[in-house]
Design a protein around this ligand. Structure first.
Ligand code: 5RP
Ligand code: FE2
Length: 214
């Protein structure tokens, strides 16, 4: 069952609650929240105080994508703010196993994101523990970039790795440059959670945009 998660990065930041209500009514399955710290990626977005306020505006599950250094410092706050999925970057975590345990012990589902150049095999030892593998199909930091086509092979590899680890509950998510054409490639490769920023928030009719992705 494919799930569509609009990325708030491409919303109008001057009216976030209206934007979230709009995509909720347009059929979104979850809300993707990009936390950027200006260090791990050269861009800065929002943090936990904003997410706490947004939680009051929506019933959608919150999917936090942490493009930050020291993600361990955010886990407790994200749990209190009502986030469902927390995904950290493999490249940002020296103690990846420890951070993932921290996320689960806080009552949330844990994911690991891989930059385009990072191999799927780097997650082999923790594959059975994961709730999500996030394949980045652009270099992280900005919305509106072009889908990198070789990442579809990584989606297939991630599905294969999870199956080999007998992990039947984890999902593969894809993020970056997803539109109605690239969504077909990602789903064909095995992605189940599709994140789309500009393809949804940039559309005049978000309902049609979400239906086209689905
Ligand atoms: O993590 C991200 C960027 O680092 C965003 O989630 C992603 O880029 C979504 O935007 P778009 O669909 O426009 O590519
Ligand atoms: Fe993201």
């Amino acid at each position: 069952m494919i799930k569509i998660g609009p990325s708030l990065l491409s919303a109008d930041f001057s009216k976030l609650s209206e934007e979230i209500k709009d995509i909720e009514q347009s059929g979104a399955d979850f809300l993707h929240l990009d936390l950027m710290d200006g260090h791990f990626v050269p861009n800065l977005t929002f943090g936990i105080p904003v997410i706490e306020k947004l939680r009051k505006c929506s019933d959608l599950p919150f999917d936090a994508h942490l493009m930050v250094e020291h993600p361990e410092n955010y886990i407790e706050g994200l749990a209190k703010a009502g986030v469902s999925y927390v995904t950290v970057h493999q490249e940002a975590c020296i103690h990846l196993d420890r951070v993932l345990h921290q996320i689960k012990e806080a009552g949330m589902k844990c994911g690991v994101a891989l930059n385009p150049a990072t191999p799927v095999s780097s997650l082999k030892n923790i594959a059975s523990f994961l709730d999500m593998v996030l394949i980045m199909s652009v270099n992280p930091g900005f919305g509106g970039q072009k889908f990198i086509s070789y990442t579809t092979d990584k989606i297939k590899e991630a599905c294969h790795m999870l199956a080999s680890a007998e992990n039947t509950h984890a999902v593969v998510e894809v993020d970056g440059g997803i539109n109605s054409e690239t969504a077909k490639l990602a789903v064909g490769a095995g992605a189940v959670f599709l994140v789309a920023g500009s393809a949804v928030f940039g559309a005049d009719d978000r309902k049609t945009a979400i239906a086209a992705l689905r």
